[in-house]
Design a protein around this ligand. Sequence first.
Ligand SMILES: [Zn+2]
Length: 86
Amino acid sequence: MSDFVGQHLTPDETEQWAQGLLPAARELHLAQCGDCRAVADRERKLFRELAQLPRFAPEFGFAERVMAKVKIPTPSGSHLGPDADT
Ligand SMILES: [Zn+2]
């Protein structure tokens, strides 16, 4: 086990690999680790499927995000009694 090349890829690194952004040092591990390759292949397939999904018009998502930020969280808890969290 001591000659194993680095640690297994994290989910983040697997995603980077699917996007072609994984550092060469980590690709070396991927080349030698069947487990990570299996996970990475699945991730890449998923990534490609997602990339092929029809997209909403940019304005739609933008408006949704703006509305989410504009919405002010209503303060809660001030009206509760002292034994509310017991
Ligand atoms: Zn691995």
